[in-house]
Design a protein around this ligand. Sequence first.
Ligand code: ATP
Ligand code: MG
Length: 427
Amino acid sequence: MVAGVSPAGRFAGMTDSLRAWIVSQGEELLTGQTLDSNAHFLAGRLTALGVRVLGASTAGDRVDAIEEALRAACERADVVVCTGGLGPTADDLTADALARVFGVEVEENADALAQVLARYEAAGRRMAESNRRQAQLPVGCDVLLNPVGTAPGFAFTGDARVFCLPGVPHEMRRMWADHVDPWVREQLDHEPPRRHLFRVLGKGESQLQDLLGDVPERFAGVELGFRTKMPENQVKLVAAPGVDAFADAVSEVRRRLGKDLFAEDESVELAAAVAQLLVARGERLALAESCTGGLVGHLCVTEAGSSAWFDRGWITYSNRAKRSDLGVAKDTLVAHGAVSEETAVAMARGAVERSDAQWAVAISGVAGPTGGTPDKPVGTVCFAVVGPGVERTRTLRIPSRSRDLVRRFSAYAALDMLRRQLLRLGS
Ligand code: ATP
Ligand code: MG
């Protein structure tokens, strides 16, 4: 770790007044069948609230393993969030395990049963006898309403407050928002830490370190963290709620990042940033893709409302398709090759001419792992952006031999090239 820089969120605004432990339950998590996204989600949310997550553990489908994990968690932490094992089958054992930890019986809980019955009634289905099992809960627990699934959650206060949530990720997230998040906020004697995210393209971590490394010294109480989420890099500022310098630090980082900054929100993707600029100009986009095979189109139509600015795309993989679909001249292909700026710009021009779009982006490259030559090695990708009064080309050497990475990186680079071009023109 670089001096003066800590992973954002680890220290600033953290409290030890509430310490958390996460328990994930499910044999499939221990056999490599399911990735534990629940623990990932919960760790992020708890940290964002300023709660220190001391650890996480995983238990398979044996009641004593779950009991042991819950017991250890309760000994160490003030709040335990457990997911999974609330279903109707014999391997759903969380309620039994929790009852053992606190030395209470399990019995049919009337509130929980009413909840399960109501779910079936609303769906016009008869409840299977096995679903009664989902109402077998530790005596003295609080039942938590699950509006999006059949298994009710429950919470129990002993040495720690334990929340048991369903394993199904979207149910778990809803129950976090409805039940755990409000409870945690009530316990805390402070506001959650302040955090600000910057999403960056075109600068690596070491460049960002050089550019921003002095921020924690200049703005007292503000911490800086970096994260790579290929191909973007993220910068995070975190501070305790009362830190006055936070807003100034945010403005300063924004100013220094300049055009490399494409979004300041986790939910705003690169295509959305491009969309905003296109919509502001009332213009539309067409795509001429070769090695990305539709990946750029995929990024575009992933955005809701894309019909307002996305017109169409071609996947012209063969030379023949580049000629017949986009009008690339045979001479251009023979003289410069398919992977060339000359071919890319001809593809983009062809796309503008044949569509209702003012802008086109073209991509042609060597995705690998084979097919590279000494002057066009794997990872050589040519781009073109054509728009009103604009023709730009660019060649990148993407330092990877992984086909997936080259394609992914190229798709983002193509959209980013367009974004920078649009920014230059203004709206
Ligand atoms: P249900 O009533 O649906 O059975 P449950 O509480 O019993 O709910 P599980 O049976 O443990 O939940 O898990 C249901 C599904 O949710 C699993 O098949 C798995 O796909 C998913 N799941 C469970 N735990 C996790 C986790 N930690 N991370 C990601 N997915 C998970
Ligand atoms: Mg289950």
